[in-house]
Design a protein around this ligand. Structure first.
Ligand code: CIR
Length: 263
């Protein structure tokens, strides 16, 4: 199936506020504890940026029992055919997905389950107009991929498993869709040859975190502090807006992780 623009043209987004428990969020490396007031104000700036890109944003209450629940993208996948309740691949996040599915259901989403023998984090799923790439990672295993593929396959999607480099948390920590044919990626992911049917723009060395950006309608939101990536995208005629994510990044999160975007 290929529908020009469906993978980046949206009308709505759902986000979840960061709670005070975010100070206990998972991080691969300790680079400091998030300052919750600052996290909340950066989160508000994020919501404003989504709105400016044309989305109506629904803000769900923080889930204090789940320190990483601000990264709502890992809990669900919203497609025009329905919403898939995912199975986050780390124990402290397992319960999050069910609570998010409940909220989505009460907002009118048609919820579909994947099998209970595998794991998939939404951060490993890159939806493009032509194919859905799923990075196998520390959080997404083969069984989870197969279950997801059977749901998405029934909806007519081509779904392919790809490798996520070992040092990368999620596949989309290192890439994003820019348009139907173009991906922004780090060089370590571009070198993994998972984007054979795409044109790939590579973020400059030292700006790897800028690959976790999001194209929404006519705007590409990128994290602030990455002038080389901003320049690269502007040269390619993308309209760029920068958003601060200093506190989310202390927990290995970025722009894509903090919302579910859909039409
Ligand atoms: C975690 O380790 O689960 C969170 N601290 C970060 C999740 C980021 N989510 C994403 O990249 N999709």
């Amino acid at each position: 199936m290929s529908r020009e623009g469906f993978a980046y043209r949206f009308t709505k987004a759902i986000v979840r506020s960061p709670g005070h428990s975010a100070v206990r969020g998972i991080r691969a490396q300790d680079r400091g504890t998030p300052d919750i007031e600052r996290f909340q104000s950066e989160h508000m700036a994020y919501v404003t940026a989504l709105e400016r890109a044309g989305l109506r944003v629904i803000v769900l209450d923080a889930l204090e029992a789940y320190p990483d629940s601000v990264f709502i993208e890992d809990a669900a996948l919203c497609l025009p055919e329905g919403t898939v309740n995912l199975r986050p691949g780390t124990p402290s996040r397992t319960g999050e997905a069910g609570l998010t599915a409940k909220s989505l259901s009460s907002l009118g989403h048609d919820i579909h389950q994947i099998g209970s023998d595998g794991f998939v984090d939404g951060g490993d799923i890159l939806v493009t107009d032509s194919i859905i790439l799923v990075g196998l990672s520390r959080r997404t295993n083969r069984a989870g991929f197969e279950s997801l593929k059977s749901v998405l396959g029934a909806w007519g999607y081509s779904v392919q498993a790809v490798h996520t480099p070992g040092e990368v948390l999620h596949f989309k920590s290192d890439c994003c869709l820019l348009d139907s044919d173009t991906i922004l990626a780090t060089s370590r992911l571009a070198d993994a040859e998972c984007f054979t049917s795409f044109r790939v723009l590579t973020v400059p060395a030292g700006e790897e975190a800028a690959a976790n950006s999001i194209r929404i309608n006519d705007t590409v939101l990128i994290p602030d502090g990455f002038p080389g990536t901003a320049e690269l995208l502007a040269r390619e005629n993308y309209a760029v807006e920068t958003v601060p994510v200093s506190q989310a990044s202390l927990l290995d999160g970025g722009l894509s992780c903090m919302s579910l975007r859909y039409d």
